[in-house]
Design a protein. Structure first.
Length: 169
């Protein structure tokens, strides 16, 4: 039964995440957010080779400040609401993609960096910043093999999390 409920939650999120791919710039929109790419067939390695601004995002974020209870700046661990917990755990169990599932971290209408959801049992290393799934406490991780610079400590992210009262130093 838990499996069915988790699958329904994940499917409902994915079905409602279609749209024009533009970041919502409404002033009430989230400051810090993580968006999936609208094209679910693009891998992290393919996305890494494209300009960040050219990637088309889903209309709604996977994760916004409303889903975060706290963000630990020194470790980049994010404590999340149960809804996100369910999605990430379902993703880790039932949605395996050997090339990862790319996402974009944003602050307001600014794209900060590309990341990917990755599975711990994958035989390869992620090419960009990553979150291992399944997880109850997502951690934005970075390895030295990444071709991109580590942008997890971007001050725009820091300032947005402070403003949202979510940051734990």
């Amino acid at each position: 039964m838990n499996y069915i409920l988790t699958l329904i939650v994940l499917c409902a999120f994915l079905l409602t995440s279609s749209g024009d791919g533009q970041i919502n710039t409404n002033p009430s929109s989230s400051e810090f957010a993580i968006y999936f790419l609208k094209d679910s067939l693009i891998t992290a390695a393919q996305a890494e080779k494209l300009p960040l601004d050219s990637l088309v995002l889903t209309s709604d974020p996977l994760l916004s400040e409303h889903d975060i209870t706290s963000y630990h700046w020194s470790t980049h661990i994010i404590d999340v609401q149960p809804r996100i917990d369910s999605i990430l755990n379902a993703m880790g169990k039932w949605w395996y993609k050997s090339a990862g599932v790319p996402f974009v971290v944003t602050v307001g209408n600014q794209r900060i960096y590309l990341g990917t959801f990755w599975w711990s049992y994958s035989s390869s290393l992620p090419p960009v910043t990553y979150i291992v799934v399944p997880t109850s406490h997502p951690k934005l991780s970075y390895n030295s093999f990444c071709q991109q610079p580590d942008k997890r400590n971007d001050m725009r992210i820091h300032d947005a999390l402070v403003k949202e009262n979510k940051l734990l130093e």
